[in-house]
Design a protein around this ligand. Structure first.
Ligand code: NAD
Length: 487
């Protein structure tokens, strides 16, 4: 297991020797002491990335792509080790890290490996006498700051497009979950990424993250995290007017109409909120049910939620692991009191499980809370296995509820009415909409939000554009142009 900073192609201790203790959320045991980057280490990493940039930018795009493709193969060859490491570090059940996190990480690096030489400029039809063409150029050193909920997958979402487009990278994983990104650094070194092209610097947000966001040599910050910290990133970036990409929080509306296929909606809605212990920005954390089917839906949904198997993330039968930290567990549980204070009702869960084997882990039972659309639990991101339930009568009312939070990341709806499905999809103020499904993602499909959920897009061509600047080049193709100043 790599536990040191990855700077300039080497694993090194922090300049002041500081470390962060990384805990296993299943039992609170210490998994590793990982080097803690502070300002001086961030400076070294940025310098290494800046030194590597010209050669990486000038490397043929197909060769940059080939390295990403090799990395994807290497990740697949090491899939089991990576899946176990991620499960131990985050608490995600092994069935998910094996079945989703690792394959998606490889698929995303592979997608952007293939994309590297597909990014093209354009020729603009301008007036006679001139040729105008547009180059897409990499930005330079890109700082990337990611949270703890999908640390392995985020290495590919962030680094894939940045590297394919010819940027060099300084990535700061979350202090709670740095292990899988250091494992990826090791694989990158192994497959031959040149020194300094990628630098991985675990550290705390207010020190390492803040310094990276302020750094004058960094051309862009790609940030995934909370809306509150997103605002700080924007302020910190003002010094050199960095480009910013923000993937922030969400409060996904999951609407079930009265003509929906109820068994499919129940199952999909449980996945929408309980997968990854609800620690997903795109979680369907607001269930909005048509009043005619609300009782039948809830009976089946609560029955399913009650049956979810909590346990050791490394046990293949486990369907829900612990939350990633003790502090977060307490925060999620505190929302039950908040709900009750505002007149809400806890229909299921809202507590730690009572099984003796789960006492040391940061578990929260699947929780279903009935609440008004304006209550705090229906407005604020809880980021746990915690869903608020509200009912509606008609389409106008449901749209007002669905669009009635500051967020705009993902949302979904369940109906058999085709026209209504498209009408509602269009009316949802969100970056992503799922019809009769929830939480689908693919490396080719743009991912991101609107309003308090941020701006900019990951994945697909959109991401490649977000990691490049357009340069417009004008060429005089006429021997003689009429003079502007006639003398
Ligand atoms: P967070 O905002 O507290 O931290 C995210 C990252 O920012 C961490 O690496 C942290 O160390 C760093 N950070 C903290 N303070 C900083 C500062 N002052 N300057 C620079 N960096 C700083 O978020 P979290 O609690 O780790 O993650 C949960 C949040 O992430 C939720 O709000 C969730 O919705 C969001 N999220 C969004 C997406 C998306 O794509 N929209 C995906 C996953 C998670």
């Amino acid at each position: 297991m790599q536990t040191r900073l990855f700077i300039g192609g080497r694993f090194v201790d922090a300049a002041d020797g500081a470390t962060i203790g990384v805990l296993n959320p299943h039992d609170g045991s210490r998994l590793a002491d990982v080097a803690e980057a502070k300002a001086e280490d961030i400076d070294h990493a940025v310098d290494a990335a800046a030194a590597a940039f010209p050669a990486w930018r000038d490397t043929p795009a197909a060769d940059r792509g080939r390295l990403l493709l090799k990395l994807a193969d290497r990740i697949e060859a090491d899939a089991e080790r990576l899946a176990r490491l991620e499960s131990q570090d985050t608490g995600h059940p092994l069935r998910d890290t094996r079945g989703l996190d690792v394959p998606r990480t490889a698929a995303t690096f592979r997608y952007f490996g293939g994309m590297a030489d597909k990014l093209q400029g354009s020729v603009v039809p301008v007036e006679k006498g001139f040729l105008n063409y547009v180059l897409r150029e990499p930005i330079g050193v890109v700082g990337q700051i990611v949270p703890w909920n999908f640390p392995l997958m985020f290495t590919s979402w962030k680094m894939g497009p940045a590297l394919a487009a010819g940027n060099t990278v300084v990535l700061k994983p979350a202090e709670l979950t740095p292990l899988s990104s250091l494992a990826i650094a090791e694989l990158m070194a192994e497959v031959g990424f040149p020194e300094g092209v990628v630098n991985i610097v675990p550290g705390y947000g207010h020190t390492a993250g803040q310094h990276l966001a302020e750094h004058p040599k960094v051309g862009k910050i790609a940030f995934t995290g909370s809306t509150a910290i997103g605002r700080r990133i924007v302020a910190a970036s003002a010094g050199n007017l960095k480009r910013i990409q923000l993937e922030l929080g969400g409060k996904g509306a999951n609407i079930v109409f009265d003509d929906a296929d109820l068994p499919a909606a129940v199952n999909g809605s449980a996945f929408a909120i309980f997968h990854n212990q609800g620690q997903a920005c795109i979680a369907g954390s607001r269930l909005i049910l048509h009043e005619r089917i609300a009782d039948a839906f809830l009976e089946a949904f609560i029955g399913l939620a009650r049956s979810i198997r909590l346990g050791d993330p490394l046990d293949e039968r486990t369907e829900m692991g612990p939350l990633t930290s003790r502090q977060h567990q307490e925060r999620v549980l505190s929302y039950c009191a908040t709900a009750v204070d505002q007149g809400g009702k806890v229909l299921l869960g809202g507590r730690r499980p009572t099984e003796p084997a789960l006492q040391d882990g940061y578990f929260v039972e699947p929780t279903v809370v009935q609440a008004k659309a304006t209550d705090r639990v229906s407005q604020e991101e809880v980021f746990g296995p915690f869903v608020s339930v509200t009912t509606f009568r008609d389409e106008a009312e449901v749209m007002a509820i669905a669009n009635g939070t500051p967020y705009g990341l993902g949302g979904g709806l369940w109906t058999r009415d085709l026209a209504r499905a498209h009408r509602v999809a269009r009316a949802l103020e969100a970056g992503m909409v799922w019809i009769n499904s929830y939480k689908r993602v693919n490396p080719g499909s743009p991912f991101g939000g609107v309003r308090a959920s941020g701006y900019g897009r990951e994945m697909g061509f959109e991401a490649m554009h977000d990691y490049t600047d357009a340069k417009s080049v004008w060429v005089n193709v006429e021997a003689q142009l009429p003079p502007y100043y006639r003398r």
